[in-house]
Design a protein around this ligand. Structure first.
Ligand SMILES: Cc1cc2nc3c(=O)[nH]c(=O)nc-3n(C[C@H](O)[C@H](O)[C@H](O)COP(=O)(O)OP(=O)(O)OC[C@H]3O[C@@H](n4cnc5c(N)ncnc54)[C@H](O)[C@@H]3O)c2cc1C
Length: 456
């Protein structure tokens, strides 16, 4: 007679991640460090073996929350070796004058990092921790009740089904896992496109291999309804992104010929044109992409599936917090997992309720920062507000932290930062309405009045 005890070993629950982008790869590292034998299914080929762009923007900004999430799994220092610090914005006006605006105090900075480089590092670290990544596997559909996910091999065309106990959907803004959830009852979903799209361009390194414009800054050419930005790369180049309306007077629809593109750039961004020898070529070979905010709820289905990162909250890129907030998802999930690991439904539920208000807040903040970046950074009232806030914050660091610093350099919940930011708006609106404030705000009497209003 067969001894039943030898036949029924306790099977470890099968856990899979769909999507090995930035967030999925970091989550894989987190799960592996927890001792989970996780497998990842990724639609694209292995970017480390072939030269593919890892996504829509070649570099991106990583700031405190993202670094904190990397630190929890021991990867912060490795990533810091790949970054270029950006302690402020370099504003370029139409005449070509520049004005450096520090982001925070005491050298606080955000960092430019290669999207592909970071994604590759995270995949390698996940594999080192024991994760198996299956490339060229596109998830086509899934059955949330049974945990069956169907994949098509993008090379051979063959399909396979994988049955998992728990599925983590980190498959980006057009998530297939979310799509399956959308078919369930009482699933809220919205996607809202901006009237603006974006196009990536580039500034190559100087002939001596150096940087053609200031290396340690996030460059912005704000022009009211549109803007150009540039972030530095380690090789001396800059990734440049044009944010422009699809339709209208200044719009992508008006830029159809070499002459139109050169005329537009020479008219509104004249100082950068000499640094962009491949402008026309880049303009016509790179796609024009759209920008979308995705909100949905719930983020989980029973204990079977949960969605993270852009899959549950895709936001517009103007606060540099899309990936960062996805990394913070991994961090928060891991903290909750310490307590609820053995009850996945409770864990998924705690996670979604904990993160949803913050995901909504950073979505709103990102939309709001678009206006600030393209418009207000060149507005004298806005600059005056920045100066007053800086002075307040220097004198009362415990009581007044500007919104940008709360979002970018602190660990305060996004929802709290947004609420405090709205209060600050009201206070600053009042202060800026005072007569002659631009001339006398530094006088001791007026500054005391500002303190009385602001710190009440
Ligand atoms: C122009 C621009 C600039 C940005 N700049 C910043 C910035 O400075 N800082 C910042 O923090 N964020 C920035 N972001 C946002 C950031 O890019 C995203 O938030 C981040 O990429 C989200 O990571 P993710 O892993 O959730 O999704 P993704 O990066 O989209 O990864 C999803 C992965 O899932 C895979 N996948 C998709 N569908 C399937 C499927 N059906 N089956 C299997 N695999 C699938 C994809 O191939 C991909 O690898 C920017 C975004 C844009 C558009």
């Amino acid at each position: 007679m067969v001894n039943l005890a030898t036949r029924f070993v306790v099977m470890e629950k099968k856990q899979i991640i769909i999507g090995a982008g930035l967030v999925g790869s970091l989550h894989a590292v987190y799960l592996a460090k927890r001792g989970v034998k996780v497998e990842v299914y990724e639609r694209r080929p292995d970017m480390r073996a072939i030269d593919i762009s890892a996504g829509r923007s070649i570099n991106l900004a990583i700031s405190h929350r993202g670094l904190k999430a990397l630190d929890r799994v021991g990867l912060k220092e490795k990533v810091l070796e790949m970054v270029i610090p950006m302690p402020g914005r370099m504003i370029h006006d139409v005449e070509g004058n520049t004005n450096f605006q520090p982001y925070g105090k005491n050298g606080q900075h955000i960092n430019s990092v290669s999207r592909g480089g970071l994604n590759a590092l995270l995949m390698t670290e996940a594999e080192k921790a024991g994760v198996k990544i299956h490339f060229n596997q596109r998830c086509l559909k899934m059955n949330l009740e049974t945990g069956k996910a169907s994949f098509r091999d993008e090379k051979s065309g063959e399909t396979q089904d994988v049955i998992a106990d728990h599925i983590y959907g980190t498959d980006g803004a057009f998530s297939e896992v979310r799509h399956a959830m959308m078919m369930t009852d009482r699933f809220d979903y919205s996607q809202t496109y901006l009237k603006h799209g974006y196009k990536e361009l580039s500034i190559p390194p100087a002939e001596d291999g150096g940087y053609r414009i200031e290396k340690n800054a996030l460059h912005i050419w704000p022009r009211g309804g549109y803007m150009l930005i540039a972030l530095p790369n380690l090789d001396g180049s800059f990734t440049v992104t044009l944010f422009l309306a699809f339709e209208g007077k200044y719009a992508f629809e008006k830029l159809n010929t070499e002459q139109e593109v050169l005329h537009f750039f020479n008219e509104v961004f004249p100082d950068v044109v000499p640094h962009m020898p491949t402008l026309v070529e880049d303009f016509f070979s790179n796609p024009t992409s759209s920008l979308c905010t995705v909100r949905c709820f719930p983020w989980k289905y029973k204990d079977k599936a949960v969605i993270f990162g852009d899959a549950s909250h895709a936001i517009v890129p103007f606060y540099g917090q899309g990936m960062v907030s996805g990394f913070e998802d991994c961090y928060v999930f891991d903290q909750l997992a310490d307590e609820f690991w053995n009850d996945k439904e409770a864990l998924f539920d705690k996670f979604q309720h904990s993160r949803k208000p913050d995901a909504d807040a950073i979505a709103d903040l990102a939309l709001r920062n678009f206006i600030e970046m393209r418009d207000l950074v060149a507005d004298p009232k806005f600059l005056l507000r920045k100066k007053i806030e800086k002075a307040l914050s220097a004198k009362h660091p415990e009581k007044w932290t500007p919104l940008y610093e709360m979002v970018t350099f602190s660990e305060m919940r996004y929802s709290e930062a947004l609420a405090r930011g709205k209060e600050q708006d009201g206070i600053m609106e009042e202060v800026l309405s005072w007569k002659d404030i631009e001339d006398n705000w530094e006088s001791p009497a007026v500054f005391s009045k500002i303190e009385a209003v602001a710190l009440a």
